[in-house]
Design a binder for this molecule. Structure first.
Ligand code: SF4
Length: 699
């Protein structure tokens, strides 16, 4: 009898990239290779985007980090044992802490880390390093929407309803969200809605819109105020809802007196009649949603811009109603969970505030330390990067799951600050641009090699499952934190290495917090339960989780939402004779974030192999450029090189550059580091540039 064929290993897990967290089935092993296919999961229902289909390629990338690397006296990174690498890091950290104090040590985390990693990283920073200087790259993604959502609703969960609820809407307004490229499977839930898309570019999402509002970059806030003005002027406000479920409407209505449509048209370029049509489409729909994305949020007035769109949604009576609402389309894979478990400068696990004495006492109790030993709050991500190597700033930086040399604004400056450090340590699975600068590189596991949980944009907690063992010399981030903590004199049992154990501690730390995970367990998730936080622990009668928030009350103590009285202000930098064009940055379908993963996938680099600048053909011609020519895009901070793509749908005053490319192709070489004073969000989405042929330009 022939041997029966060995079954091919298979697991159900989720895509390693964006916050939609499409369900996937992985099949295969290291010998036959790994195949990804879509699972029948509610958000993707059998679909994946190009990145998801090709995600397995990163598992086998030729330059996968498989050994620790330590920079030698010759200035080169060379393979080393784990003991040598970890001893080098621990020695450096101890020396710098003794010399300069604990805040000389800093940590930068990432919105792609699992909940367990994000949690343990925050604990490690505050206890093992004793530093308050920890923040994460999610600051660059979600901080504006989080600040506005917390202020309005008393709680920040990207979508306070399941993605599938969007199917019930007649009208959806997407402000600065190019879903058709960044989350294509989500478009199936928008099929029957009339879309109103607010975007300076005619994106693939705008192509599918019933109405495209194409404002001047940096004027979204004025537009949102104008839309609210129209709702008030045309008596489209849901007065009963406003009276019973909100506070602060009258002041906001008075504020919008000044924002009549013709004035808004002059500032934004959006015709008054289109503004009116947008508001009527929302107000007359039986179900309507207002959703924001990075286009509206990544500004120095990002929090106020989101607040103004939330004001519009509140005035129309949308949030907290089944089939209607406001939501933020969170970007990174664990952009939601990453902001809840304590890797943010001002936060403790459970979405607790570091400055709240009761929150400090609770978390300190779980961690077995005195509350007054918890340091911080520290600097926000860009402020942290800007302070590196300066007097009073951090001298050492540990980076987990982030690539700031490409992804931070004013990237040349950030690269200089990274180079000024006494010790740069990067834990990653590929040699990112930041890893290449490091003194020590620690090779860690990636998605299909590890267990854990992530929290999707709708607040649903999901299990990540391992299909493959990691390469022999690769360790999990949890193990790295444990090993370092022990070398720094911490008790070993304070830093568990098993994801389930870390999650159980996270549950205890989150108990009673805004993001309460205490009733969620691996067993419940593995049994297939659908669990959205908050999900408190209710012994004997397991809590079902909360897919829809705010149906009865908002999370403020009195149960009412707050209008925000905000006013328009322009971007940090306006165009002028030297820099006559607006530049805006964003993503393309084939790539993800800094591109550290997707640039290693052949199919994706074939699709978009190099940086480009999208520009109207007339503007290109005025700048002496033809389609496909190489151009410099230059701001007051520096310039980058990109290939010209002419597109007649572009505004004449605007160019677009994707931010996925390294070196001289970094869009962030020209972006502006102005920060939103309320949340530390940088102004990625607008600055002033000039465009010129590659030759003969002084950057
Ligand atoms: Fe992955 Fe997002 Fe694409 Fe889904 S939409 S396959 S989660 S990158």
């Amino acid at each position: 009898m022939p041997e029966p064929p060995t079954p091919v290993p298979e697991v159900r897990t989720h895509c390693p990239y964006c916050a939609l967290q499409c369900g996937t089935v992985l099949r295969g092993d290291a010998d036959v290779g790994v195949k990804v296919s879509p699972a029948d999961f509610p958000v993707n229902r059998g679909r994946l985007c190009q990145k998801g289909w090709s995600a397995a390629d990163v598992l086998h990338t030729a330059d996968r980090l498989t050994r620790p690397l330590v920079r030698g006296t010759d200035g080169r990174l060379a393979p080393a044992s784990w003991d040598t690498a970890l001893d080098t890091v621990a020695r450096g950290l101890r020396t710098l802490r003794e010399r300069h104090g604990p805040d000389a040590l800093a940590v930068l985390g990432g919105g792609g880390l699992t909940n367990e990693k994000a949690y343990l990283l925050g604990k490690f920073a505050r206890l093992a390093l004793g530093t308050g200087q920890i923040d994460y790259n999610g600051r660059f993604c979600m901080s504006a929407a989080a600040a506005a959502g917390n202020a309005a609703f008393g709680l920040d969960r990207g979508l306070p309803f399941p993605v599938t609820d969007l199917r019930e809407a007649d009208t959806v307004l997407l402000a600065g969200a190019n879903v058709a490229e960044t989350m294509p499977p989500l478009m199936q839930h928008l099929d029957r809605a009339r879309l109103v898309v607010v975007d300076p570019r005619r994106t693939p999402t705008a192509e599918r819109a019933a109405l495209h509002l194409q404002p001047v970059p940096g004027t979204d806030l004025a537009l949102a105020l104008g839309l609210l003005h129209i709702a008030v002027a045309e008596d489209l406000v849901d007065r009963d809802y406003v009276r019973t479920r909100t506070h602060g409407f009258d002041a906001v209505a008075r504020r919008t007196d000044d924002w009549w449509p013709e004035r808004v048209e002059e500032i934004t370029g959006v015709p008054a009649r289109a503004q009116r049509r947008a508001v009527r489409m929302l107000a007359e729909a039986r179900g309507a949603y207002v959703l924001t994305g990075r286009g509206a949020e990544q500004h120095s007035n990002g929090t106020d811009t989101v607040a103004a769109f939330i004001d519009l949604a509140l005035a129309l009576g949308l949030p907290g109603r089944r089939g209607s609402g406001y939501g933020c389309l969170t970007g990174q894979g664990n952009g939601q969970g990453g902001r809840e478990h304590g890797q943010k400068a001002d936060q403790l696990p459970g979405y607790r505030s570091l400055t709240d004495p009761a929150a400090r006492a609770h978390v300190a109790r779980v961690w077995g330390v005195a509350p007054d030993t918890l340091p911080g709050p520290g600097r926000s991500a860009y402020e942290l990067l800007d302070a590196l190597g300066r007097d009073g700033g951090p001298r050492a930086l540990l980076v987990f799951g982030s690539n700031p040399a490409v992804s931070a604004p004013h990237a040349a400056h950030v690269t200089e600050r990274l180079a000024a450090l006494d010790l740069l340590v990067v834990a990653d699975f590929v040699p990112s641009e930041t890893a290449r600068m490091a003194d020590v590189v620690l090779p860690v596991t990636q998605w299909a090699e590890e267990e854990g949980t992530l929290t999707s944009l709708e607040g649903r907690v999901l299990r990540r499952r391992a299909l493959l063992p990691p390469p022999p010399e690769v360790r999990s981030d949890l193990r790295v934190l444990h090993d370092l903590a022990v070398r720094l004199g911490e008790p070993a049992d304070r830093y568990p290495t098993a994801p389930r154990e870390v999650f159980d501690e996270l549950r205890a730390a989150s108990r009673g917090g805004r993001a309460d995970y205490s009733g969620i367990t691996y067993d419940r998730l593995d049994a297939g339960e659908t669990l959205h936080w908050p999900c408190p622990d209710t012994p004997g009668d397991p809590h079902p989780g909360t897919p829809r928030l705010f149906l009865d009350r908002f999370a403020h103590p009195d149960g009412r939402a707050r209008f925000a009285d905000v006013d328009h202000r322009g971007p940090a930098e306006e165009t002028g004779p030297a820099f006559p064009l607006y530049a805006t940055t964003g993503r393309v379908l084939a790539h993800y974030q800094s591109g550290a993963q997707t640039r290693r996938v052949g199919e994706l680099t074939d699709a978009v192999p190099e940086p480009f600048v999208e520009v109207h053909p007339d503007t290109a011609a005025r700048c002496g450029l033809a389609d496909r020519a190489l151009a410099r895009v230059v701001s007051a901070r520096g310039g980058m090189t990109a290939r010209v793509r002419t597109d007649a749908t572009m505004r004449l005053d605007t160019v677009f550059v994707p931010f996925h490319f390294p070196g001289d192709g970094r869009a962030n070489l020209f972006t502006h580091p102005a920060l939103d004073p309320r949340c530390g969000m940088p102004e990625f989405k607008v600055c002033a540039v000039r465009l010129a042929p590659l030759s003969g330009v002084t950057p």
